[in-house]
Design a protein around this ligand. Structure first.
Ligand SMILES: Nc1ncnc2c1ncn2[C@@H]1O[C@H](COP(=O)(O)OP(=O)(O)OP(=O)(O)O)[C@@H](O)[C@H]1O
Ligand SMILES: [Mg+2]
Length: 321
């Protein structure tokens, strides 16, 4: 029985490579490709596995790319449960341009998922998450899946007695009403959710408080890239400073953060320390190229550095309460 079950409705076969220059018309000769299983919840499971934990990844997949995705999960020894679908799993292509150090990310839409198929995902999740402590859903929804889908996952998690952790954006996030234990919007996603600029920490905390007061989530962790993160609860908030690292590729920083937070919570860390471990994993992921996520020794070292940094209390403006 898995303590952590992740759900990825829009998985991808990630292909990463490098090229001298990305230019039009001419053939772009690329370096050797690296293949990784990708998509939000799958990345979360990869990070938990890297850190020495165990997470089962549930996802719909189909076609030759779906089979390749499943084989890559086997290669990486990530327990997985594929729900067969008729459409072909999407591929994502990341190219690091050597000349400039810029990164180009080509992301395809997922295949159309039919009603019977997404319902089968919920059924499979319900069966696999019996007795689980955490259900983690991360990423977008492919065409065909209703925008209110994650609310069904929240309701299901509640019925199973599991805590539901969610990292999504846009309409699927807007449609959430209740039942999330921990929500991890990036600042960009929080701005999108409110439609406001949220320039200052206090305004960002107030927006997250709004989510908590509506009963959407118990905890909100706002990730702010190189600016660190805000941990927001019903009765307090603090800013945790970023851990400085040399940046190679930001692919998967958010998923690494979510994976390490959940791993930390399962290991019995306090919420604050689990978020610090999440930030360490996010930062460690920046140090690796392309779609590679974090390395365990980096996470452990950066976590110690994060624990030495004090959080700063942030209060939201009175008017927003
Ligand atoms: N440049 C950076 N320096 C140090 N730490 C970083 C940096 N970028 C990201 N991190 C760490 O990783 C965490 C997650 O990164 P980020 O806020 O970019 O989330 P994200 O989900 O990848 O963003 P988005 O979904 O909007 O693309 C941050 O809170 C931070 O702890
Ligand atoms: Mg993100």
């Amino acid at each position: 029985m898995a303590e952590i079950v992740t759900l990825t409705m829009n998985p991808a076969l990630d292909i990463a490579t490098g090229a001298e220059a990305v230019v039009p018309t001419d053939k772009i000769r690329c370096g050797p490709p690296r293949y990784d299983p990708g998509g939000g919840g799958i990345n979360v499971a990869r990070v938990i596995t890297t850190l020495g934990g165990e997470a089962l990844a549930v996802f719909p997949a189909g076609g030759a790319s779906g089979q390749a995705l499943e084989a890559l999960l086997k290669r990486d020894r990530i327990p997985s449960c594929r729900v067969p679908v008729s459409g072909s799993t999407r591929e994502s292509f990341t190219v690091d341009e050597r000349r400039t150090g810029l990164q180009y990310r080509f992301v395809l839409p997922g295949p159309e998922i039919g009603e019977a198929e997404w319902k089968a995902c919920l059924d499979r999740l319900a069966a696999q998450a019996q007795g689980a402590r955490f259900v983690v859903a991360s990423g977008s929804l492919p065409p065909g899946v209703p925008a209110g889908f994650f609310q069904s996952v929240a309701d299901l998690s509640r019925d199973l007695g599991a805590r539901f952790v969610l990292d999504t954006s846009g309409e699927p996030l807007r449609r959430m009403r209740s039942g999330v234990y921990l929500l991890k919007p990036s600042l960009r996603e929080l701005r999108e959710w409110t439609g406001q600029a949220l320039a200052r920490d206090a305004e960002q905390v107030a927006a997250a408080r709004g989510m908590i007061e509506r009963g959407l989530s118990e905890i909100v962790v706002i990730s702010k890239g190189g600016e660190g993160a805000l941990l927001v609860l019903a009765d307090g908030a603090e800013r945790l400073p970023a851990i400085e690292v040399p940046v190679r590729s930001a692919v998967g920083a958010g998923d690494s953060m979510v994976g390490a937070i959940v791993f930390g919570l399962v290991k019995g860390l306090s919420l604050r320390d689990a978020v610090r471990m999440g930030m360490a994993a996010g930062a460690a992921t920046l140090m690796t190229p392309g779609t590679e996520l974090c390395r365990r020794e980096d996470v452990e070292r950066l976590y110690e550095a994060a624990r030495a940094m004090q959080g700063i209390p942030v209060s939201a403006p009175e008017s927003s309460r």
